[in-house]
Design a protein around this ligand. Structure first.
Ligand SMILES: [Zn+2]
Length: 327
């Protein structure tokens, strides 16, 4: 594995707290002026490391066993690491996943016995780059940042396989499935490799968050760091997984016929439900993020959050009216 300290600028110093500081390499790429006050820092933990710039605020990290994020790859290129080395580093990291996992498993005992099998991603895939315009544009049209998740593509392949963005499904940072969103306007739009009881987005949740929002679709989840059921029901295994998160769960159904059933199921499981009074053409969280932004959407969801069965029933009746008007 590439030793991060070997690519740092010659002029650097180690601080007592374990940071290695040097002139940051990120700022001029982010519209800031070049750092001359050694405000870039790297902290290592075994082979893992994290980078933080106290000048422009850029952050990136590396963790053995995981794919390199868009931001980490950008950072490495600013340090002068070439693309083949970055791709090789990514591959080596993934190959050493099992070992890294073993170390992690010993470090934290599992409380819940919820497990998914590891799944291999198709070999022809590579991580999306900024220059993959067609794919980047699609993600941006869905109000998600292409750098926020390890989106994969296979543009060199011919036919339908190439015209897709592959979104890995992870659970405890291991790849346990994936979905392909095809961009060729043919049906089906999505084809997925999915294990029963899987809920997308558990790895997007921060430990200190007390609330977790549950939505139907993957882009709803990606655009707001939510959990996605990946259909319009909550099966028993998914319910168990959601409860194991020990967070306050709020289910936000799509505002259509299928969403109505999801409301009933959420009530049955004792989850809170939120049915915000969005504009008529906003029918799910992804539409809402496009219209109101992340924070605006979050506010509409938390304001409309109901835990009482009676109030949820009332909100559902209002929704039925709105759906009927739209028809
Ligand atoms: Zn910077």
């Amino acid at each position: 594995m590439l030793d991060i300290t070997s690519i740092l600028p010659a002029k650097h110093k180690r601080t007592a707290s374990g940071w290695i500081s040097f002139n940051a390499v990120c700022c001029e790429h982010n519209g800031d002026s070049r750092d001359k006050r050694q405000r870039g820092g790297i902290k290592q933990n075994g082979e893992d490391w994290s980078y933080h710039c106290f000048n422009c605020g850029y952050k990136a990290s590396f963790k053995l066993g995981r794919t390199l994020s868009f931001k980490t790859r950008k950072l490495l290129s600013w340090f002068g690491v070439d693309q083949p080395t970055i791709q090789a580093m990514n591959l080596e990291s993934l190959k050493r996943k099992d070992m890294a996992q073993l170390v992690e498993d010993r470090a934290k005992p599992k409380i819940e016995n919820i497990q998914f099998n590891d799944v291999e991603l198709p070999e022809e895939l590579r991580l999306i780059e900024e220059t993959d315009t067609k794919y980047v544009n699609y993600l941006e049209s869905r109000a998600v940042d292409p750098g926020d998740y390890p989106y994969m593509i296979s543009p060199d392949q011919k036919g339908r396989q190439a015209e897709r963005i592959v979104i890995p499904y992870t659970y405890e940072d291991r790849i346990v499935g994936y979905t392909s969103r095809y961009l060729d306007d043919r049906k089906p739009k999505f084809i997925s490799e999915q294990q029963p009881g899987y809920v997308f987005g558990t790895d997007l949740q921060q430990e200190h968050w007390t609330q977790a929002i549950v939505v139907e679709g993957i882009f709803d989840a990606l655009s707001l760091n939510c959990l996605a059921l990946l259909h319009n029901d909550i099966n028993d295994r998914q319910a168990r997984l959601l409860k194991s998160l020990r967070k306050d769960i709020t289910v936000v159904p799509d505002q259509d016929e299928a969403g109505l059933k999801l409301i009933d199921r959420a009530v049955e499981l004792g989850f809170a439900v939120s049915i915000p009074n969005w504009a008529d053409d906003v029918k799910d969280v992804n539409d809402a993020v496009k219209r109101y932004g992340r924070l605006g959407t979050l506010i509409t969801i938390m304001t409309a959050r109901e835990t009482s069965k009676i109030k949820i029933e009332l909100a559902k009746k209002q929704l039925v009216k709105r759906i009927n008007v739209k028809k």
